[in-house]
Write a protein that binds this ligand. Structure first.
Ligand code: IMP
Ligand code: MG
Length: 190
């Protein structure tokens, strides 16, 4: 093959990634969620709270699909993970910058796995006097769920128990910029 026709793989065409949800799949679903939220929150005082860093891409697209007045805010938490599981201890690294009293809050997550992080976060936010608190998560990995009582009000996709990256989700900080959700085929090559 002549050298000029050899396609070098890039971050987005990395052959070690298997596409689970394409950019088009995500776009379609985010538009649906946005419409649903807009219908549910008309005449409410909506604050969309993103959990950094993973939710940033989803939040940016989701709010542009919600045709309502709203404000955004962010929290950052560390969930003291060991290599494979979440301990449920949540430390707030960055808190929201506005009072939530009387507001209708939607907490936006990238993925709910064991549910421990979000469960604890909701306990913390639950003491702030918000009128309502709901959850929007792009992905729901129900299989390893420990907090089975956790209800995801706006869920993008249920996925199998695989480690996924892209569209905000990372492994060691990498792949958040992928426009799709992928599975890393061989983690040793990543
Ligand atoms: P949980 O407390 O186990 O529900 O942890 C949720 C957090 O773990 C998410 O916000 C992600 O940051 C991270 N996480 C869980 N599963 C994955 C995955 O498949 N890919 C990337 N991050 C993940
Ligand atoms: Mg996260």
């Amino acid at each position: 093959m002549p050298a000029s026709t050899i396609q070098k793989s890039t971050e987005f065409t990395n052959t070690n990634l298997e596409v689970l949800l394409s950019e088009a799949d995500i776009k379609r679903r985010v538009a649906e969620l946005g419409k649903q939220i807009a219908a549910d929150y008309a005449d409410k005082d909506l604050v969309v709270v993103g959990v950094l860093k993973g939710s940033c891409v989803f939040l940016a697209d989701l709010i542009r699909a919600v045709d309502l007045p709203l404000t955004i805010d962010f929290m950052a938490v560390s969930s003291y993970k060991d290599a494979t599981k979440s301990s449920g201890d949540v430390e707030i690294l960055k808190d929201v910058s506005q009072p939530l009293r009387g507001k209708d809050v939607i907490v936006v997550e990238d993925i709910v796995d064991t549910g421990l992080t979000l469960f604890r976060l909701l306990e913390i936010l639950g003491s702030r006097g918000a009128t309502s608190i709901k959850i929007a998560s792009l992905l729901d990995k129900p299989e390893p769920r420990i907090k089975k009582e956790l209800k995801i009000d706006y869920c993008g996709f249920q996925i199998p128990n695989k480690f996924v990256v892209g569209y905000g989700l990372d492994v060691a900080g990498r792949y958040r910029n992928l426009p799709f959700i992928g599975v890393v085929k061989n983690p040793e090559l990543a």
